[in-house]
Design a binder for this molecule. Structure first.
Ligand SMILES: C[S@@+](CC[C@H](N)C(=O)[O-])C[C@H]1O[C@@H](n2cnc3c(N)ncnc32)[C@H](O)[C@@H]1O
Length: 292
């Protein structure tokens, strides 16, 4: 028996496991492909992404979506009226090019083309796209420099390279911690991550300028499925929980603001400690880059 499943086998397996119900829903891995698209289209993440596209490339028409998976973003972008080329190396009907082709037929999208390829080996002509978009894909590059160089090659001058939700690690130990904590790594073993320095070096080497490095807590596009409100309220919630603890120790005295502040100090509860991306394994970053 082989010790690991393929990515497709992993997704099919977790769909049968009640423990993964939430992950399947939040990661848009449902068997119902239309449901995934409809939920993604209305997500805070996609709405925010569209704002970035409009802000940085208001006249864009052609988008390349690299590593499009089951097609949620390719279809959502095509439904917005963009001409979309989806590139996906996996051919499956579950989480690959086959799924995107099914969606293309369902939504009747002549403005969506699907090719099976790796980003490092794009069979596309130079300077063809206003935008190259890659969601949760760049960290899967088998050759990061080549991946970004190919993306850059096919972007028009002054065009946009937008990478969304790539896992970031800070050192070897942090990488191990990320892999240990990734819920699907033990099944398929295909997870990966790079340091911000490695991402930015590859981007710059490819002739792109990083306009915006969006760190984990900077934007909902990274911390989704947590919502903006949940993240905004995190500090208040942490203080509330600490006060409950304090109440168990000193009763009604826990209502005195001065004692609360002393207690927060004692347990190291600050805004920085709550919004500390180092506490999130493989926290995600996004990059907005312009071709020079
Ligand atoms: C985490 S999934 C993200 C899928 C989709 N973009 C999404 O957000 O739902 C990563 C995808 O990248 C694809 N992939 C892996 N290595 C790749 C590479 N070198 N070039 C292009 N795509 C790749 C995988 O087949 C997979 O579909």
């Amino acid at each position: 028996m082989k010790d690991k499943m393929t990515w497709e086998e992993t997704i099919k397996y977790i769909r049968t496991q009640p423990a993964f119900k939430d992950l399947v829903e939040k990661a848009y891995f449902e068997e119902d492909l239309l449901l995934n698209v409809e939920r993604f289209k209305h997500s805070e993440e996609f709405i925010e992404t569209l704002q970035f596209l409009k802000q940085y490339q208001p006249n864009a028409k052609n988008i390349l979506d690299i590593g499009s998976g089951n097609g949620i973003s390719s279809v959502a972008l095509a439904l917005e009226g963009y001409n979309v080329v989806a590139i996906e190396p996996d051919s499956s009907d579950t989480i690959g090019a086959g799924a995107i082709r099914k969606l293309k037929v369902h939504y009747n999208l002549p403005n969506l083309e699907v090719f099976e390829a790796f980003a490092e080996e794009l069979q596309l002509s130079d300077e063809n796209f206003d935008i190259v978009y890659a969601r949760q894909c760049m960290h899967h590059a088998y050759d990061l420099e080549k991946f970004v160089a190919e993306a850059s090659r096919v972007i028009k001058k002054n065009g946009l390279f937008i990478t969304i939700r790539d896992h970031v690690i800070f050192d070897k130990k942090d990488r191990e911690w990320f892999l240990e904590n990734h819920p699907l790594q033990k099944y398929y073993g295909g997870e990966n991550a790079f340091t911000p320095t490695e991402y930015k070096a590859a981007i710059q080497k490819a002739g792109l300028k990083v306009e915006k490095e969006i760190k984990y807590f900077d934007n909902v596009i990274n911390y989704f499925p947590s919502t903006k409100n949940e993240v905004l309220n995190m500090f208040q919630m942490a203080k509330y929980k600490a006060i409950l603890h304090l109440n168990k120790k000193i009763g009604v005295l826990s209502k005195i603001p001065f004692l609360q502040e002393m207690y927060f100090k004692k347990i190291g509860l600050t805004k920085e400690s709550v919004y500390d991306e180092k506490k999130v394994p493989g926290r995600m970053y996004s990059y907005l880059c312009i071709k020079k």
